[in-house]
Design a protein around this ligand. Structure first.
Ligand code: ADP
Length: 629
């Protein structure tokens, strides 16, 4: 018989298991039971349409046997079993690529962490065993096979005798050491306690022979050992239990186990609905984004159960994209068990469920925002961008539902603020929500316009994510207050008199501005004086619908290369700054110099506004020319 080697990825995980110093080795039982339960589900599912299975719902069982004399614990199921090929590929290759991918990304993380915190599956048996034997017969097959391994050295597969379909996993426990007592897993009380702790909600009965000492009937004072078959689990799924009976730890460990997270969830949403759609839903908002969340591999969705049986692992239709971070499950009485994926998409009942679920998540986030501000801010840092995309996507169809869940960093104390909070504390007479865009809060604060707006006592929202401004534009306004980018040329904070004075000043210098614009070229659409700059000599503003930040974003999108968008830029010059007088003098005395100054000022404005200079070489030449004059 040939010994096969584990795939290299699997070997790594296996080595971790064998050499594990992890203290919660007991979780191996949960993993083995959970595999057995999955195998039962698969066959049960098949039995619904295939009478040849010949089993009723209650015939599917998991049996645990303890063989004290030989130091063996055995878990048997009458589930779907495995063919020889399945045995080879399922147990020779790691299935939970997730846990290893996570490990690679976080190489510093102790092994200990991932073992306890991810479900690590079948290999966890090697934390407590020095040899594992799997005997299995696939449903519908005549031949059974035995897989055996002592760990890292590889595994063997050979035909064997097995009467009926299903799988038996035999774990030969390691010898006790000074630090570890593996033999405790041969204790019936310990095992029933572990089943209660980790696998209570498993639908199928988990049975074990239990021996207790009982008084002999009719013989006073005499006791005898009685062995009976006991079902160790209560079989009520967590989501069907009453919320008041569930401890937070139960939710947390259920979440971590089932959805492979190492941290407790940020929020648990447990709901039971009766009416047009009847279902139980148990959902979780993770504390951190899954490692593949921002890759195309990430698939949103909730597990879909029908009357307690899993019918779909990831039902994407149950979650809108903006809540794609939510994990969990829905169990409905209304869905047919053997409904196909295609049919599900059009299922009226499912649509109804999805709608109420979306609303429930929204309400819960809203409550979190009101009652657990700190937790909400943490949540928003991680997943807020998703909500902003939600506002923007589908032509703004969801903007009203989501607008009150948004937060932005504000110029007030640089803390998160909601739009409602902003509007509620607006200065008297203020009719606009001001915002500014940039890569970072620090860079935004350097914008020349920023000081002027803050000086007037107005709060500014700092938008640092590229989707931010698109989301605000999609909303258009909030409670009747329009949004304005402080870099928009329409920003005008002056009084009526000041505005008039500026207007006439601009009118008088019209020809000078024309001269300057011509020198700079097509990069800008006009030049003018402004009253909104405090200390800075110049700034760039944009007119029309496309701001500077939007230009950057749109042009960096895939496919934008040949179709570049241009914001219409205006070079604004501080009318109060000495440079204004200088320009006027040059206009009268030296038009050539005026052109050079115009170019230089445009370059300065680009730099201050975080843009690249069109022609850095020319800019540098002009500066040197001026310096050496
Ligand atoms: P996971 O359960 O996450 O897929 P495991 O490493 O625990 O990962 O198991 C690998 C695979 O082996 C399972 O996906 C399943 O196909 C198969 N398997 C494990 N135990 C059983 C069993 N008792 N009956 C049938 N198949 C099983």
């Amino acid at each position: 018989m040939r010994t096969k080697q584990f795939k290299s990825e699997s070997k790594k995980l296996l080595d971790m298991m064998i050499n594990s110093i992890y203290t919660h080795k007991e979780i191996f039982l949960r993993e083995i039971i959970s595999n057995a339960s999955d195998a039962l589900d698969k066959l049960y599912f098949r039995s619904l349409t295939d009478p040849s299975v010949g089993l009723n719902a209650d015939d599917f069982v998991i049996r645990i046997e303890l063989d004290k004399d030989n130091g063996i614990i055995r878990v048997t199921d009458n589930g779907c079993g495995m063919t020889e090929e399945e045995l080879d590929s399922n147990l020779g290759t790691i299935a939970k690529s997730g846990s290893l991918a996570f490990k690679n990304e976080n190489e510093k993380t102790e092994d200990v962490d991932i073992i306890g915190q991810f479900g690590v599956g079948f290999y966890s048996a090697f934390m407590v065993s020095d040899k594992v034997t799997v005997e299995t017969k696939a449903f519908g097959s005549d031949q059974a096979f035995r897989w055996e391994s002592t760990g890292a050295s590889g595994y063997t597969i050979e035909p064997c005798e097995k009467e009926s379909f299903g799988t038996t996993v035999t774990m030969h426990l390691k010898d006790d050491t000074e630090d570890e007592r593996y033999s405790e897993f041969l204790d019936q009380y310990k095992i029933s306690q572990l089943v209660k702790k980790y696998s209570d909600y498993i639908r199928h009965p988990i049975q074990m022979e239990f021996t207790t000492s009982k008084p002999v009937e009719g013989k006073d004072g005499e006791y005898e050992d009685v062995t009976e078959l006991r079902t160790l689990n209560s079989r009520i799924p967590l989501w069907k239990k009453n919320r008041s009976e569930i401890k937070p730890e139960e939710y947390n460990s259920f979440y971590k186990e089932k959805y492979y997270d190492f941290e407790d969830p940020a929020k648990v949403i447990h709901t039971s609905v009766e009416g047009q759609a009847t279902y139980h839903a148990l959902m979780f908002v993770p504390k951190h984004a899954p490692f593949d969340y921002y890759t195309k591999d990430y698939e949103k969705g909730l597990q879909l159960y029908s009357k307690g049986v899993l019918i779909m692992e990831k039902c994407g239709d149950l979650l809108p994209d903006y809540f794609s971070f939510v994990k969990g499950l829905v169990d409905s009485e209304d869905l047919s068990l053997n409904i196909s994926r295609e049919m599900l998409q059009h299922d009226r009942q499912l649509k109804l469920i999805a709608k109420t679920i979306e609303k429930k998540i929204r309400t819960e986030l809203d409550k979190m925002l009101k009652n657990e501000r700190e937790a909400y801010e943490e949540f928003f840092k991680t997943f807020g961008i998703q909500l902003k995309f939600g506002v923007y996507s589908d032509y703004g169809a969801h903007k009203d539902d989501l607008k009150d869940l948004l937060m932005f960093i504000s110029s007030n104390e640089k803390k998160y603020v909601t739009l409602k909070e902003y509007v509620d504390r607006m200065k008297e007479g203020q009719d606009t929500v001001y915002y500014a865009c940039g890569e970072t809060v620090e860079k935004i604060e350097m914008l020349p316009q920023c000081d002027a707006v803050k000086d007037k006592g107005y709060e500014v929202l700092y938008l640092t994510e590229y989707v931010d401004e698109f989301a605000l534009k999609m909303m258009g306004e909030y409670e009747g207050k329009k949004f304005m980018n402080i870099c928009d040329e329409e920003l005008d904070l002056g009084t009526e008199d000041e505005k008039k004075a500026l207007e006439s000043e601009n009118e008088q210098s019209k020809e000078m501005f024309e001269e300057m614009k011509n020198a700079i070229g097509d990069s800008i659409s006009s030049v003018r004086f402004t009253g909104k700059l405090k200390n800075h000599p110049v700034c760039l503003t944009s007119e029309g619908g496309i701001s500077l930040e939007m230009e950057k974003t749109l042009n960096s999108m895939p496919g934008a290369k040949d179709n570049q968008v241009k914001a219409q830029l205006v070079l604004e010059i501080n009318a109060e700054h000495p440079i204004a007088e200088k320009l006027k003098t040059l206009y009268n005395e030296d038009k050539e110099a005026l052109g050079k100054y115009a170019k230089l000022l445009y370059g300065e404005a680009c730099l201050i506004g975080g843009r690249r200079i069109d022609d850095p070489v020319e800019h540098s030449k002009l500066i040197c020319e001026l310096m050496t004059k």
